[in-house]
Design a protein around this ligand. Structure first.
Ligand code: CUA
Length: 352
């Protein structure tokens, strides 16, 4: 709340500068509708106030005049607004059709919305939690949701489209690089919001769109195509934990998140009480089942609210490695050697 107020104070409540190729057209029509409305509001309210004063009752026995109509006046105030709204309809419809029809040479990105994060998948299979696109090319977005209705909204592009479970929606945009000062060193960065109330962390379901030059986009895509490069398995798991929004419900410091799931700290290797009355140790297989089949264990104290995911086998393995790295029961190099004999030490047969 405070941060929203602070943002409003610094950025104002107006829309950001128009960035996409059709944003200017949207703003133009929006301004036409606003100013036509302001004009008629002032005109009609002004005329009402003027007539109330001019024709008010002057004396107690002042009688109203008999009214009749004025055909010329009535036809005029019907025809003029009719022409105005028809013009608005035609401009609006043309804009709508243009925004709803991606050009055939578009670069396609799959947008997956889930409670409460965005995942963007590129034609070569790479994915990211921030939308990266090249400038000077129409970008076609296929929108899908794995749970509830979300809405893809980039104010600077004037792009907004619902993301509905059970169907694919489409939208597109194009950003001109030179018009927006986009260079290899200075990619454009714009806010991306979820604009449909989708539950507890709806207001945090935000990310960015980064618009690169074609060359720097190719470079970025190459790096993104190998997300685990240079990372240990737990580090890659942590990246996936953040990218997939697991952090919305699972803390890593032992704290409980309201209406969330178990903390990942000291989860591995510890017994979990299940609602069927049994207890299971959270080992590798327990965690695998918990991630691949959400809510299948029924751990005491938690609601079955974990959303579906589309993690691949190697991604689940990395997340399990990350969870293990957060537990003091995880000792990949074995028990630290203790002074004296350990119980595993095989006694050397006594020789006489
Ligand atoms: Cu997703 Cu609001």
């Amino acid at each position: 709340m405070i941060s929203i107020l602070a943002q409003t104070a610094t950025k104002g409540i107006s829309m950001p500068a128009p960035v996409s190729t059709y944003a200017g057209e949207v703003d133009w029509l929006w301004n036409v509708i606003t100013w036509v409305s302001v004009f008629f509001t002032v005109l009609i309210a002004g005329a009402m106030i003027f007539f109330i004063i001019k024709y008010r009752r002057q004396t107690p026995d002042d009688q109203p005049h008999a009214h009749t109509h004025n055909t010329a006046l009535e036809v005029t105030w019907t025809i003029i607004p009719l022409i105005i709204v028809l013009m608005i309809f035609v401009w609006g419809f043309r804009g709508f059709v243009g925004m709803a029809t991606p050009p055939s040479n578009s670069y396609e990105v799959l947008v997956t919305a889930k409670k409460w994060s965005w995942i963007f998948t590129y034609p070569n299979g790479a994915n990211s939690d921030v939308l990266h696109v090249p400038a000077d090319r129409p970008i076609k977005l296929i929108l899908e949701s794995v749970d509830v209705i979300h809405s893809f909204y980039v104010p600077a592009f004037r792009t907004k489209k619902d993301v509905v479970p059970g169907r694919y929606n489409e939208t597109w945009f194009e950003v001109k690089g030179d018009r927006n000062g986009i260079t290899a060193e200075n990619p454009g960065e714009y806010d991306l919001f979820c604009a449909e109330y989708c539950g507890r962390d709806h207001s945090r379901m935000t990310t960015k769109v980064v618009v690169h030059t074609q060359e720097s986009f190719n470079k970025w895509l190459e790096e993104a195509s190998n997300p685990a490069a240079g990372l240990t398995l737990p580090q890659y798991g942590e990246k996936l934990y953040r990218r997939n929004g697991c952090n919305a419900c699972h803390s890593i410091n032992g704290s409980a998140i309201a209406n969330g799931g178990p903390t990942f700290k000291d989860l591995f290797g510890y017994p979990q009480s299940l609602k069927n009355g049994t207890t299971e140790i959270a080992d590798d297989n327990f965690l695998y089942q918990a991630i691949s089949q959400p809510n299948s264990h029924g751990i005491v104290g938690y609601q079955p609210i974990m959303p579906a995911n589309r993690l691949k086998q190697d991604e689940i393995t990395a997340i399990i490695a990350y969870i293990k790295s957060l537990s003091d029961k995880y000792q990949p190099e074995g028990e630290p050697a203790e002074e004296g004999a350990s119980e595993n030490t095989v006694e050397a047969p006594a020789t006489e």
